[in-house]
Design a binder for this molecule. Structure first.
Ligand code: DOR
Ligand code: ZN
Length: 350
């Protein structure tokens, strides 16, 4: 008989966008209701490039949490062509900065200040090797000549492999893996390399985005790929490999910015992500690997303890609202107006 419930340590999200201002106020409580900790993306405008800015942003996140919530934001720095090695030392000494994020310039939302050529960052990456600070990678090769569906594969061949050769002690997370090639790479035997997987890339392919009309709430970067890629991602994420883990890439934009002639990339998944992952793992017949993926492999890679609190997911239909509200703007989640097959069991009132 199919499982009706599964108990696991409270999960963490190893890739989350919380934004700032009114959006932060709206989405921080959603993430904190599900996850214990999250790696917070630094692509604000302007980006979080210094330890001092990360400290201030961390305080704004903590201030946006409901009373009594224990949610730990794990901060990151946004790598630029000019990040000095001394900033890495400040980050490593801070105790609250856990990684540095690489956005290739022009790859996605708010990536204009990103890296134009990794060779310019040689000394800074050497400092990260020295300090054991992981590099989180948005792995897409940019430029008008690179086809949007081929950007991850091109990045792996042209940028990632040479980077790993140049910096033999650098620890790397290839984030939001979207191709069979990426899945094969992160499930290999290189202990320096880990991968995160989003719920949308495990559940959907590019037909879901484009057939019968453009569905802007399925549009994210890297873009959804073909069905054979999705199958390879699902196999990798559910394989039980110790260096694959949960990273939602939940990326909220107001409804008007998504449903537009030039819509923003990003799926808002934080409130529903855990149920979506459970659907994907159930479909793969691998629910028993969900606790490692969601709760244990990430802390092991980052050298952090597994959360002690346990939660139970139950196979109960959870309706998804048509929208949330951020400031005076609607915020539409993935699966809006539909439902998710798994939900977190709430403790019985005393
Ligand atoms: O779809 C995406 N949205 N991909 C990213 O890498 C960035 C994110 C965002 O910040 O909106
Ligand atoms: Zn992201």
């Amino acid at each position: 008989m199919a499982s009706e419930s599964i108990t696991l340590p409270r999960p963490d999200d190893w890739h989350l966008h919380l934004r700032d201002g009114a959006m932060l106020q709206a989405v921080a409580p959603h993430a904190a209701a599900v996850f214990s900790r999250a790696i917070i993306m630094p692509n604000l405008q302007p980006p979080v490039t210094t330890a001092e800015q990360a400290a201030a942003y961390r305080q704004r996140i903590l201030a946006a949490l409901p009373q009594g919530t224990t949610f730990e934001p794990l901060m990151t720095l946004y790598l630029t062509d000019n990040t000095p090695p001394a900033e890495i030392e400040r980050a490593a000494a801070s105790g609250f900065i856990h990684a540095v994020k690489l956005y290739p310039a022009g790859a996605t939302t708010h990536s204009d200040a990103g890296v134009t050529d990794l060779l310019l960052c040689y000394d800074t990456l050497a400092a990260m090797e020295e300090q054991g600070v992981p590099l989180l990678i948005h792995g897409e090769q940019t430029g008008p000549e690179v086809d949007i569906f081929h950007r991850e594969a091109a990045f792996i061949d042209d940028v990632l492999q040479p980077l790993l050769d140049r910096h033999p002690r650098l620890r790397v997370v290839l984030e939001h893996v979207t191709t069979a090639l990426g899945a094969e790479l992160v499930t290999g035997d290189d202990p320096r390399l880990a991968g995160t997987f989003t719920p949308q890339h495990l559940l959907y392919n590019r037909n879901d985005l484009l057939v019968g009309g453009i569905r802007p709430h399925y549009y994210c970067m890297p873009i959804l790929k073909r069905e054979s890629d999705r199958e390879a991602l699902l196999e990798a994420a559910t394989s039980g490999h110790p260096r694959v883990f949960l990273g939602t890439d939940s990326a909220p934009h107001p409804q008007g910015a998504k449903e537009s002639a030039c819509g923003c990339a990003g799926c808002y998944t934080a409130p529903v992500a855990l149920g979506l992952y459970a659907e994907a793992f159930e479909a793969a017949g691998a629910l028993e690997h969900l606790p490692d993926f969601a709760s244990r492999n990430g802390p092991a890679f980052y050298g952090l303890p597994v959360n002690r609190e346990m939660i139970t997911l139950e196979r109960e239909c959870e309706p998804v609202p048509a929208h949330y509200t951020a400031g005076d703007q609607p915020l539409v989640p993935l699966r809006a107006g539909e439902s998710v097959a798994w939900r977190i069991r709430q403790p019985h009132p005393a």
